[in-house]
Design a protein around this ligand. Sequence first.
Ligand code: AP5
Length: 221
Amino acid sequence: MGGDRKCRIVLLGMPGAGKGTQGALLEKHFGIPNVSTGDMLRESLSEGTKLGLAAKSHMDAGKLVPDDVIVKMVDEFIHKSECSKGFILDGFPRTLGQAKALDEMFETRGFKLTLVLYFDLGQEDAVIRLSGRRVCKVCQRMYHVAFNPSPNKDRCVCQGELYVRNDDKEEIVRHRLSVYITQTKPLVAYYKEKGLLVEIDASKDIGSVNDEVLGVLYANC
Ligand code: AP5
């Protein structure tokens, strides 16, 4: 990320493709925020806000939260001072409507979208990843029982308890994947047409995926 050009990146890919894992690594590496709409909604829920409570039934069922709610949330966040050096959007946009709203948001503010990183992974690999995911109740750090276990067994490195997300049950995971195919996958063509899409082989291990992503970002940002 050379000079003072601001990098504004979208992480696109099916549930379990590794967007959150790579987003957290990039946030640490580049010092720009990873804006995860899923994390924002879960945080709102744990705080008991109206927005969080309204989103809960959609999330638990593996459905998307309505576009207007998500767009407003992202629009408010990306104009905060912590996003002034650029940002990573993890899990947004997820529908054509959200992608068009993002275009408008950027146009209004004079922002330019740098790149869309598309994490390509097969469905069965995604099911295995999500069914083995564990998340820390305290710091939200993510693990996988086989691919990325905590050195503290059932506890996080911060000693927080690890839990299984409600929407990581297999039948909900399969529903999330079908929602992805019908509502989010069309964004691959949308961004390819705009010349913004870079495909990443998400089937490799976490370190190799990160190396590929960093190579792409250093070449483009
Ligand atoms: P969200 O939390 O965004 O979930 P998601 O998109 O379904 O993505 P995941 O978090 O499941 O997967 P990921 O790609 O981040 O993979 P991760 O890095 O965790 O959204 C949840 C819900 O919120 C949605 O269903 C919807 O209801 C709502 N929502 C959110 N955004 C919305 C929007 N824009 N519009 C409408 N509704 C919205 O990795 C998964 C596991 O694999 C982990 O255990 C990890 O350790 C492991 N892993 C990661 N990379 C690798 C690797 N390379 N090799 C092996 N294991 C790996």
